[in-house]
Structure formats: structure tokens, C-alpha cells
Design a protein around this ligand. Structure first.
Ligand code: NAD
Length: 420
């Protein structure tokens, strides 16, 4: 039985990991020290302190964050995370990755991220609504369709985005749908948004397999995290004939050498309060084992710093596709390169989410509703083109795809800054 206390505990700072990769790209681009500071440091960091009344009648205080990393390419864009481990360095890293992510896929957005230290699974819907509304009120002058546009992240979803939109709209006296993305369809959401990140992960996996001359059919996969990103990645890959032999969530890690039926697994998890615990037809293994399993493709789709110097020597996958943001700490990069593992980095691999968020924002601004075929076709076009650009840049500069993606992104933001 896996217990949370047995999860990897390597202490690494995701903001430092971001800076290390940024500086390698900045060396390639020949950026001077002042420019590096201007491009890498967050434009604004907000720390909030607010309280809500819990269902018990007690008042409880919360700490929240919103970090605007950059608005050079457009309004800042980035999710809101509800998690007990949220901290300012994590939010700063996530905000910067949003800047590079939007830039690498060519969207007219800057980067931001937000979070609240809380345990959403232990809170009622009423409490979560109060929390979201209090956070929105505290940031009412920061958010705006052409200023800063939030979205869901770990621990938040369409409900929270709907409450945020409603609170913002009430203050402004009219419905302002474009202030947030990832909403329910009847609150101005876009078809295809919920599954967009996982769809994007599956699109880049198929592109990467082609580069490795591997066929999708029978290719084995391990996926860490079975939330929005992990579950949808699993679904699309299963439908393409890949064999998902290990999956995990915070409660359980499951192994089945014959491959899971992902439709059954999703139905089970949904019925079981979003938990894989107790799924029949599988062998429970230790959470930490998933990263080092004998598989072709590893998809970390839960949280940061799960592939570190502490376990990278034991990683056996040929391809790592980063569904999560920052799952590989910088101290693992060298070994990954020595082992010849192809890594499709987070800022490209999980960019499907922000891309369809952009489509949602556009539909709201234009008062249009696009059909899902159009959304999916445009998503695939953008990811195909971006993957090719990053892969070509990695060959041109003789660097891993991660550094190539940073070079492209940092160069685009730098050029736009110069032209401002
Ligand atoms: P989610 O809250 O829907 O799901 C997270 C999943 O990870 C859950 O199944 C949870 O149980 C599991 N988990 C947490 N800690 C774990 C651990 N130590 N081991 C195994 N499983 C663990 O979150 P999500 O939206 O799927 O986000 C996951 C990651 O993807 C985050 O890094 C997020 O920033 C990133 N991301 C999300 C989106 C999006 O559109 N939702 C877009 C881009 C990137």
C-alpha cells in the first residue's frame, strides 16, 4: 500500500530550476546581465491574506498569491492552484513557465500564476466558492480580459472559474466572460478546453515517437497523476493503441503489464471520488516506483520535481513527455542527456491547455462559439508547427528540446520587448 509519506522528498526549488535553463538559453542568445534580469524576474508579486467563514461557523485565514511574470507579448495568462504546498517560489516558477509556454507556441499572452494554500479535498463546495470569491475580490484590480486572465490548475476546475467570472462581473455590473478561461460551457467556456492539455500531450507524443522511429501500437506508457492532464492523456493514447501499463494518483499507484482499459479506469476513478484506490485487475506498487518503471514513455502529469538527481539514474523510459509543469528538476538534466532520453518539455508538451484557453478568450471577445472540430484542428496545427520549430532548433543548436524551447521563447519575448 502506498502512503503519501513515501513520496519522493528531494528538496529542489522550481524557480531556480527555471532560472538554470533560462540562463543556458540566454548564453546561446548572448543576452547581457541586465536583460537577463528584466526577462527572467517577475513583473509583479502579490501576497494576499484573507479570511472566510467555514461551514462550522469558524473564521479561517488563508494566504494566496498572484504572480505576474510578464505582459510583454499580451495580457498575462495563467492558472490558479489550490494546494496545501503552494508557495511563492513555486508560483513564481509557474508564472515564468507560462510566459515561455505562450511564447513558444506563438500566443499573444504573457505569463502569470496564482495559488492559495489550502486542502481543497477537505473543503465543501460552499467553502470553495467563498474562497474563490474572496480571492477574486482581493485581485479585482489585477484581473481583467486585457490585463490578467486566470485559468484552472491543480485543485481548481470549471466551478472555480465560473465563480471567479461571476464575482468579477458583479463588481463591473455586467457579464465579462473573457476575464477567465476554463469555464463551463454555459458560462462562456469553449468546447475542447477540458481535455485540451491531455489532447496536446498525446499529439506531441505521436510526433516524438515518429522522430524515434517507434510505432504507437503497443508502445508502453506510465502516467503519474490521474487528474485533468493525466486522465485525458491516457484516454487519447489508449485510443491510438498505446499500452498504458502504470498509472498513479495521490492515493494509489497501479500496474498492469497487459495494459489498462482506460475507459474502465476513468469510470472507476470518477465513481470513486477521483481516486484509483481499490481498482481491481491491477497490482498496487509503490508511488516512487512509477518513475523508474521499464516503459517506453513516461508522462509525469502531477506536480514539480518528481524526476531529480535522486532517481534519474534509474529512469528507463526512452521518451519523457512533461504533462505537469516542472516535473524534472534541473539537477537531473545532465544524466537525462547522457542517457539519450528524449524529453518533450512542459512548456511545449502541456501547451494545449493555454492554446485552447486562448481560443476560449477569443470566442468570448468576438462573441462566437466554435465547434469542437475547429478547436481541435487549430490546436493540432499549432502544436505540429511548434513541435517542428523546437525540434529543428534543438538540432541547429545541438541542445535538448527543453533548451531549444527556451531559446525560441526567450528570443520572442526579447524581440517584442525591444519593439515596445
Ligand atoms: P488535477 O488536480 O486535475 O490532478 C492532479 C493529479 O495528480 C491528481 O490525480 C492527484 O491525485 C495526482 N497527484 C498529486 N500528487 C501526486 C503524487 N505525488 N503522485 C501521484 N499522483 C499525484 O491537476 P491537473 O490540472 O491535471 O494538473 C497536473 C499538472 O499539469 C500540474 O503540474 C499543472 O500545473 C499541469 N498543467 C495543467 C493544465 C490544465 O489544463 N489543467 C495545463 C498545463 C499544465
Amino acid at each position: 500500500m502506498t502512503s503519501i509519506s513515501k513520496l519522493p522528498v528531494d528538496i529542489v526549488n522550481p524557480y531556480e530550476s527555471m532560472l538554470e535553463r533560462f540562463n543556458i538559453a540566454a548564453d546561446i542568445l548572448g543576452l547581457d546581465p541586465e536583460k537577463r534580469k528584466r526577462l527572467s524576474r517577475p513583473a509583479k508579486q502579490i501576497i494576499l491574506n484573507f479570511s472566510i467563514i467555514m461551514d462550522s461557523g469558524e473564521e479561517r485565514n488563508f494566504e494566496g498569491y498572484r504572480v505576474i511574470h510578464s505582459t510583454v507579448l499580451g495580457p498575462s495568462k495563467g492558472g490558479i492552484r489550490f494546494d496545501k504546498d503552494v508557495n511563492l517560489d513555486e508560483v513564481k516558477a509557474l508564472a515564468a513557465w507560462m510566459t515561455w509556454k505562450s511564447a513558444v507556441v506563438g500566443l499573444p499572452f504573457g505569463g502569470a500564476k496564482g495559488g492559495i494554500i489550502c486542502s481543497p479535498k477537505t473543503m465543501s463546495k460552499t467553502e470553495l466558492e467563498k474562497l474563490t470569491r474572496a480571492y477574486t475580490k482581493a485581485l479585482i484590480d489585477t484581473f481583467g480580459p486585457n490585463k490578467d486572465v486566470p485559468a484552472p490548475d491543480m485543485g481548481t476546475g470549471a466551478d472555480e472559474m465560473g465563480w471567479l467570472m461571476d464575482e468579477y462581473s458583479q463588481v463591473h455590473g455586467k457579464k465579462i466572460y473573457a476575464v477567465v478561461t476554463g469555464k463551463h460551457l454555459d458560462s462562456g467556456g469553449s468546447l475542447g478546453r477540458t481535455e485540451a492539455t491531455g489532447r496536446g500531450v498525446s499529439i506531441v507524443i505521436l510526433l516524438a515517437l515518429k522522430k524515434l522511429s517507434m510505432r504507437p501500437e503497443g508502445t508502453t506508457v506510465a502516467i503519474q497523476g490521474f487528474g485533468n492532464v493525466g486522465m485525458h492523456s491516457a484516454l487519447f493514447l489508449f485510443e491510438k493503441g498505446l499500452k498504458i501499463i502504470a498509472v498513479s494518483d495521490i492515493y494509489e499507484t497501479l500496474y498492469n503489464s497487459n495494459g489498462f482499459n482506460i475507459h474502465h479506469l476513468i469510470a472507476y476513478s470518477k465513481k470513486n471520488n477521483n481516486s484509483l484506490k481499490g481498482y481491481p485487475d491491477a497490482t498496487p506498487i509503490e508511488n516512487s516506483q512509477l518513475i523508474t518503471l521499464e516503459v517506453d514513455v513516461l508522462i509525469p502529469a502531477a506536480k514539480e520535481d518528481v524526476i531529480t538527481a535522486g532517481n534519474v539514474n534509474d529512469v528507463k523510459a526512452k521518451l519523457i513527455v512533461e504533462g505537469a509543469n516542472g516535473p524534472t528538476s534541473a539537477d537531473a538534466d545532465e544524466v537525462i542527456q547522457q542517457k539519450g532520453i528524449l524529453v518533450v518539455p512542459d512548456i511545449l508538451a502541456n501547451a494545449g491547455g493555454v492554446t485552447v484557453s486562448y481560443f476560449e478568450w477569443l470566442q468570448n471577445q468576438l462573441d462566437e462559439t466554435w465547434d469542437v472540430e475547429k478547436v481541435n484542428r487549430m490546436l493540432e496545427e499549432i502544436l505540429d508547427k511548434s513541435f517542428a520549430e523546437v525540434f529543428d532548433a534543438s538540432e541547429k543548436y545541438k541542445v535538448p528540446m527543453r533548451i531549444a524551447a527556451y531559446v525560441i521563447a526567450v528570443h520572442r519575448v526579447d524581440l517584442a520587448q525591444q519593439n515596445k
